[in-house]
Design a protein around this ligand. Structure first.
Ligand code: F6P
Length: 548
């Protein structure tokens, strides 16, 4: 069995991990006043500070050796050139081609995909300009006021996250709503305030077979036809983003209203394709292009920067170090910027759907933990919810702290207060508060010896919690593109280093298949389906009580 854990660098890192488990971050800082200079780097628009990670120079050089031993450069070049690195689905992985700002040809399976990508971008631009300028008219001759984007997973999270991130820049031309859940409550609450005559639906589904999206799309068509009462009118109110023209036509969507995707774009990496159409409708095509430009800059950085300065590679190596060597099996994403409030949910799919696997390229079980559990929320809200555990719990959760120098909207002293929390939290997580400090503090407050000994252990903070800080210039379209591309390449590098096929999602397919069987079984009154007793019992209970 060929395995990453047999590599010399892997074994050296295991020795280092045992050593570093006995080291405290505050001592690393106390012993080296240049730590920030050594372990931080910048790319345009982003300061990346990883000095508060539990590393030293020797760990970093071993991690770099690991990247070299795993042949990251060869794999990176294979990805950018369109080799079929999605080995379990025999597909290329070319989301980078969607944001390639150079005019160079890229031939995949005999086609120049640069030209098809550019043609599709042009189609998006024309459509967006038409809708936003009021030239696109609904079936009663009215302009579009509301866009409803229907999709799930990668066909929803990217556009919704970017829409939320950039809504400070939106004008009043259009409102965009997202429907992803098959729970009818969501679509009902969106549709109840909308007028079919001024509503445009974007049905986003690469496969156009995803049950949740198809159910929501059908409900939207029924709702629309209740007013329009004319199937021809669908062409003026429904567009689709998909690879499946047969299925889009079956829903009544005109072929010219279908924006294409390609099998070399994975769902969770598809925001750069026409899946990003709702973003472009909401903010205008120029903003969408700026997102692509930001991502392209990061692609160039990833391709050209030395390993020591290569931000996405460093992000991946640190994650591997924390998860597979130090044994921290969860990772928090904590944006100190309200605009990025959906980033944790977006990265949950990006990281966990990509690298949440347990076998290597050859299908052999790997002896190390792969992806950590990704979770989080805006830092300030998190501080008043789960940070207690981050500071004093007996699990250690490495965290990415993300903030911006310039807020999207400057309101009085808000931003300095926000940022003081950002700075304070990573310092507190690193330094902690030891017994001597607690004692001195309580003594200064006039507490008696008895009171001090009662409180002492409760007030000790161990510190030594690793964090990375990312300071963005501001959250604008370009920065959103940069940030997402950084994490995408992180995910890619992590997959290569851990020998994980990052681009399939068989675990999701399993649930999809079972749910569709059960959906059929719920239609009859039989309570004895071939399931385990728990599943049968739950289904029977539901069938007896459901509202018919
Ligand atoms: O969640 C699983 C998944 O396959 C994702 O990878 C994908 O983004 C999502 O479902 C939606 O799929 P589709 O775009 O085909 O509807």
């Amino acid at each position: 069995m060929s395995c990453r854990s047999q590599l010399a660098s892997w074994q050296a890192l295991q020795v280092s991990a045992n050593k570093m488990k006995k080291v405290h971050l505050k001592d690393l800082f106390a012993n080296d006043s240049t730590r920030f200079e050594q372990f931080s780097t910048q790319i345009p628009g982003v300061l990346f500070d990883y000095s508060k990670q539990l590393i030293d120079n020797s760990v970093i050089s071993q991690l770099i050796s690991l990247a070299q031993e795993c042949d990251i450069v060869t794999w990176r070049d294979k990805m950018f050139s369109g080799e079929k690195i999605n080995i379990t689905e025999d597909r290329a992985v070319l989301h980078t081609a969607l944001r390639n700002r150079c005019d160079s040809a890229l031939i995949v399976d005999g086609d120049n995909i640069s030209s098809v990508v550019n043609a599709e971008l042009q189609k998006i631009k024309l459509f967006v300009d038409k809708v936003r300028s009021g030239q696109w008219l609904g079936y009663t001759g009215k302009t579009v006021k509301n866009v409803v984007s229907i999709g799930v997973g990668g066909s929803n999270l990217g556009p919704q996250m970017a829409t939320e991130a950039l809504k400070s820049y939106a004008d009043n031309t259009l409102k965009v709503h997202y429907v992803s859940n098959v729970d009818g409550v969501q679509i009902a609450s969106v549709l109840k305030d909308l007028d079919p005559e001024t509503t445009l639906f974007v049905i986003s589904s690469k496969t156009f077979t995803t049950s949740e999206t198809m159910t929501n799309a059908k409900t939207a068509v029924d709702w629309f036809l209740e007013s329009a009462n004319d199937k021809q009118a669908i062409a003026k109110h429904f567009v689709a983003v998909s690879t499946n023209l047969e299925k889009t036509a079956a829903l009544g969507i005109a072929d010219e209203n279908v924006f294409t995707m390609w099998d070399w774009v994975g769902g969770r990496f598809s925001l750069w394709s026409a899946i990003g159409l709702p973003i472009a409708l909401y903010l205008g095509f120029d903003a969408f292009e700026a997102i692509l430009e930001g991502a392209f800059e990061v692609d160039e950085h990833f391709k050209t920067a030395a390993f020591e300065e290569n931000v996405p590679l460093l992000m991946a190596l640190l994650s591997v170090w924390n998860t597979s060597f130090l044994g921290f099996d969860s990772q928090a994403i904590l944006p100190y910027d309200q605009a990025l409030h959906m980033l944790p949910a977006y990265l949950q799919q990006g990281e966990m759907e990509s690298n949440g696997k347990h076998v290597n390229f050859a299908g052999e079980t790997v002896p190390y933990t792969t992806v950590p559990i990704i979770w989080g929320m805006t830092g300030i809200n998190g501080q008043h919810a789960f940070y207690q555990c981050l500071h004093q719990g007996n699990v250690v959760v490495p965290a990415d702290f993300i903030a911006s120098v310039t807020p999207q909207v400057n309101v009085g002293e808000h931003h300095d207060i926000l940022l003081s929390n950002f700075f304070a939290q990573t310092e507190a997580m690193m330094m902690g508060v030891d017994a001597d400090q607690v004692r001195a503090d309580l003594t200064a407050k006039g507490k008696s010896e008895a009171e001090i000994s009662e409180l002492l252990n409760h007030k000790i903070h161990q510190g030594n919690r690793p964090t990375t800080s990312m300071l963005l210039d501001t959250v604008d379209a370009k920065t959103v593109g940069r940030l997402i591309a950084l994490y995408e390449h992180k995910i890619f590098c992590q997959g290569i280093i851990l020998e994980i096929c990052s681009f399939d999602q068989w675990g999701v397919e399993l649930g999809k298949g079972l749910a569709s069987k059960i959906e059929a079984e719920l239609l009859d009154d039989n309570v004895n389906h071939p399931h385990d007793s728990s599943t049968n019992g739950l289904m029977a209970y539901y069938k007896q009580r459901r509202v018919q």
